[in-house]
Structures are given as structure tokens and as C-alpha cells.
Write a protein that binds this ligand. Structure first.
Ligand code: BES
Ligand code: MN
Ligand code: ZN
Length: 498
């Protein structure tokens, strides 16, 4: 899909513009948007509204053809809801309705003449981004591993957004496209079957990104991980035939001496639970347990495309969590890279075991901040559902500022997170009689004790943890990865780059 921005005015009128289709909004009380009014010289649009052919409700749509005094072959009316205030949801529904119509139209190009400047509580950049996101979503395919692919070439491919062609809007469009491209990589990696998307595949994807965008990429193998004494990470790989990979990817777009932001992504390419085996139903969804890693790679694609002026380092511990005669057992005690001993009471709490060594490894970069992203706990899904990712940090002034920055980025990007508590009381749940730490803290506050486990390994820098167990993919009929939290992370980094 090709996007561009064009401003229409009295001289360069939307009515005269030649195109396959022009999309304009109408409101519930039979009111026309300004763009709809500009196309209504013949009275056909107001007649359609008056007759009740289109309600103006968000999501409603009506295609008209061959209007008098309109240069476009088709006019697509889409409902914008109440004329008093254009809500985010109504705007998005209108774009989705247009996107749906676009997939079956017999034309190649369209002009989207929606009120990009008028969404309540949002700027034009937001409207541009959500339009691009909804349109690209409508043509996203998950048939990469089907023998018969959707080869249809019909539908709208070239889309002009009718809004001011100023620098801010052009930047917003470039960022929107980069974010969606990043999300698509994250979705593709998440959706790929786990026999394909194994640790080696993630490493190769990182290397390919390195070639495409000039990132330096290093992949540490088992021998090197042993030399680094990553006993916790390695314990998770014991049951797997797939070699573990520890991926380090660097985008040094800032000044050489600037402290980098480090993104650490959980890369469990399949989580059976190990000896603490998960139940069978829905176990296939544990192919998504690498979505933290996928979102780091997706974010790198976005910042590479934008050539962001910031130093960002991605760190991805990748392996499978499998049962076998060689697998780690409940009760095993392992020594993490930082010297802490861990009693593994449940081999299904493996995400924290691979992340803790990656978090220790991150110390060497003297980071400005470290953010880890992980499908870490089912408890987070119970706490926050599928709408907000869980955000965890320490609770002091510096960390409140970092948390606020991440929460604001999430809001701006419509990829929200919700802050959760941490602290000594929760940390006490991780006490072990036999080791420095246990890897589980019991059911109460399960997402919080998981975060607290990680916190023990992050005391030399500013740190935040994002639990995406509820937001990284959808179950049911619409099963698939969502690409979250690439919008949050990329927006955060864009703002950091200034
Ligand atoms: N990958 C899972 C977390 C998960 C579960 C994400 C369900 C999405 C949906 C993680 O490795 C895990 O198994 N966590 C356990 C921790 C428990 C054993 C303390 C969980 O959440 O049940
Ligand atoms: Mn698990
Ligand atoms: Zn897991």
C-alpha cells in the first residue's frame, strides 16, 4: 500500500480531483462533513442521508457512483457518528469501513478526505497514524504457510490522505508507515509456526535486519554463553534439541558516547512448560512466547527505517522450553550470570530465567535505561485483560519519570500500558530455603512477583518491565499476533530522540 499526503483547497478542489474513489464522512444527525459538502453540488449526498440509505453511525458506509460535478469515479460515504465531537473510536471505525470497501473496489487509487484535524483530544499525527494502521491491517495476510495464497490484486493500493502537506504531517506519515512495518514484522514472526520460527530463525532475522538497515548484529552461541556463566538462561535450554541463540543488535544513531536505551525481549520460541508441563488445550499459542523478542526486532525495523538519532541496543535471549531426560527439574538450583543462585520450583516460570541473565548482560552497555518486554505471566492477563500491557518499575523518582514516559508513549500510540506495583513485600514471596531466590512467588500477585524477580537483576541501572502476555496476540477466531507493543516502544524512542 502506497500512502501520500495532499492538501486540497479552493484552487485544487477535492470535487475536481480525479481518482478512483474519494472517501468523505457524514454524521448521525444527517450532517455532512466539510469534504462531503464540497462534493454535494448535485445534492446526491444529502439525498442519500435524507433517505436513510446511510445512518452516519460509526462503521456505516455507502458507495455512490458517477456523481455530477465530482472528478472521482466513486464517492464512498462513511459514518462519523455524532457531529458534536468526533471520537477516536468513530474516526477509526470510519477508516475501517473505508478499508473494508477498498478491498473489493475495482479501482487502484483513492483519496481519504476525512477530518484528520478534528478528532477530539488528538492531533493530526494521531489521525494519520491510526488511518495508516487500520488500512494496512485490512490488507495484512496470514497465509504465508498456506499452500494456496491469496493472490488477489484487486482493491485500492494507492491512498492519498487529504490533509495539510506540511512537515509535521509528512513526518507523522513516515513514522506511521515505519511503525506499521515494524508491527508487521512482529506479527509475522509471532504467527510463524514454532518449528520454523526457532531461535536460529530469530537470529537470522536479526542478521537480515542488520544488512537492511546497517545495524551491527552479534549472535552468541552456547559455548560463549557458558563462558559468560549464564547458568540461568542455559538451564531453560536443557530439554531442547534447538541450539540457544543470544542476539545483540545495535542501532547507533546517536552520538557515540551517548548512553543507549537497551530493549530486552523474551525469545521463548515455544513454551511447553518443560517438566512442569502445560495442559494440552491451547498449548499451540505458546508459539507466541517469543513476541517480546519479536517486538524488539519490529521496533528495530521501525527505528532503522526512520534512521532515528538515538543509540538503541536490542538483547534477545532465544531458546525453547522443552521437557526431556536432560531437562531442568523442579527443585534444581542454578547460578545466574550475576552469581545469584535460583531454586527452580516451576520450570514453566522460564521467561524470568532467561531474562535475568540478559538483564545482567545489559549492564555492560552502561544504559540510559533498560526496558524488557515479555509474555511473562498468565497472571498479567487476569489482572489487566487484553487491553493494557503491564508496566513495572521500581518506585522512586527516577523510575516514576521513566514509567510516565512509557505510559505517555503508549497513550499517544494507542498502545496503552497500565502501571502495577512492585516492592519489598512482593519480593519476599520469592524467598527460598535453599537458594538466594525462588523462581516463583505463589499465585497471589503472580505478575508482580515475576517483575520483582527480574528487579533483583537490574539494580545498577534504570529499568522498566512490560508484560505483554495479554496484548501480544489474540485468541479465538481472530487468532494472531497484534504487533504490540511496537507502537509504544517506537513512540517512546522517537520522543527520546527529540
Ligand atoms: N509464557 C508463559 C506466560 C503466559 C501464559 C503468557 C499464558 C500468555 C498466556 C510463562 O512462561 C508462564 O508459563 N508463566 C507461568 C508462571 C507460573 C508458573 C508462576 C504462568 O503464568 O502460569
Ligand atoms: Mn512458561
Ligand atoms: Zn513462557
Amino acid at each position: 500500500m502506497d500512502f501520500s499526503i495532499k492538501a486540497y483547497d479552493a484552487k485544487n478542489s477535492i470535487a475536481a480531483a480525479k481518482s478512483g474513489c474519494v472517501v468523505v464522512g457524514v454524521f448521525e444527525n444527517k450532517k455532512l462533513s466539510a469534504a462531503a459538502d464540497a462534493l454535494d453540488a448535485s445534492g446526491a449526498i444529502s439525498a442519500a442521508l435524507k433517505s436513510g440509505d446511510i445512518s452516519g453511525k460509526p462503521g456505516s458506509a455507502l458507495l455512490l457512483r458517477g456523481l455530477d460535478k465530482v472528478g472521482a469515479a466513486r464517492v464512498l460515504l462513511v459514518g462519523l457518528g455524532s457531529a458534536d465531537a468526533l471520537s477516536e473510536k468513530a474516526f477509526t471505525s470510519a477508516v475501517q469501513a473505508a478499508a473494508k470497501a477498498f478491498t473489493t473496489l475495482g479501482c487502484n487509487d483513492a483519496v481519504l478526505a476525512l477530518p484528520f484535524d478534528d478528532v477530539k483530544g488528538r492531533d493530526t499525527a494521531w489521525a494519520i497514524r491510526s488511518a495508516v494502521q487500520a488500512l494496512r491491517e485490512s490488507v495484512f495476510r496470514t497465509d504465508g504457510q498456506k499452500s494456496k495464497k491469496d493472490t488477489s490484486t484487486s482493491g485500492v493500493r494507492k491512498i492519498t490522505l487529504a490533509c495539510a502537506a506540511n512537515a509535521a504531517n509528512k513526518t507523522a506519515l513516515a513514522q506511521a508507515i515505519a511503525i506499521v512495518n515494524g508491527m508487521e514484522l512482529t506479527k509475522e514472526l509471532g504467527n510463524l509456526s514454532p518449528n520454523v520460527a526457532n531461535p536460529t530463525y530469530l537470529a537470522n532475522t536479526a542478521k537480515k535486519l542488520g544488512k537492511d538497515y546497517g545495524f551491527s548484529v552479534e549472535v552468541l552461541e552456547r559455548k560463549q554463553l557458558e563462558a559468560l556463566k549464564m547458568g540461568s538462561f542455559l538451564s531453560v535450554t536443557n530439554g531442547s534439541e534447538q541450539p540457544p541463540k543470544f542476539i545483540v543488535i545495535k542501532h547507533m544513531g546517536g552520538k557515540p558516547k551517548d548512553a543507549p536505551v537497551v530493549l530486552v525481549g523474551k525469545g521463548i520460541t515455544f513454551d511447553t512448560g518443560g517438566i512442569s508441563l502445560k495442559p494440552g488445550p491451547s498449548m499451540d499459542e505458546m508459539k507466541y512466547d517469543m513476541c517480546g523478542a519479536g517486538s524488539v526486532l519490529g521496533t528495530f525495523r521501525a527505528i532503522g527505517e526512520l534512521n532515528l538519532k538515538l543509540n538503541v541496543i536490542g538483547v534477545i535471549p532465544a531458546c525453547e522450553n522443552m521437557p526431556s531426560g536432560r531437562a531442568t527439574k523442579p527443585g534444581d538450583i542454578v547460578t545466574a550470570m550475576n552469581g545469584l543462585t535460583i531454586e527452580i520450583l516451576n520450570t514453566d516460570a522460564e521467561g524470568r530465567l532467561i531474562l535475568c541473565d540478559a538483564l545482567t548482560y545489559a549492564e555492560r552497555f552502561k544504559p540510559a535505561a533498560v526496558i524488557d518486554i515479555a509474555t511473562l505471566t498468565g497472571a498479567c492477563v487476569i489482572a489487566l485483560g487484553n487491553h493494557n500491557s503491564g508496566l513495572f518499575t521500581r518506585h522512586d523518582e527516577d523510575h516514576d519519570a521513566l514509567a510516565d514516559e512509557l505510559l505517555a508513549a503508549g497513550k499517544q500510540a494507542s498502545d496503552t500500558a497500565w502501571r502495577m506495583p512492585t516492592g519489598e513485600l512482593y519480593n519476599e514471596q520469592l524467598k527460598s530455603n535453599f537458594a538466594d531466590l525462588a523462581n516463583i512467588g505463589g499465585q497471589p500477585g503472580g505478575s508482580i512477583t515475576a517483575a520483582c524477580f527480574l528487579e533483583n537483576f537490574t539494580r545498577s541501572y534504570k529499568w522498566a518491565h512490560i508484560d505483554i502476555a495479554g496484548t501480544a496476540w489474540k485468541s479465538g477466531a481472530a487468532k494472531g499476533a497484534t504487533g504490540r507493543p511496537v507502537p509504544l516502544l517506537t513512540t517512546f524512542l522517537i520522543k527520546r530522540a527529540g
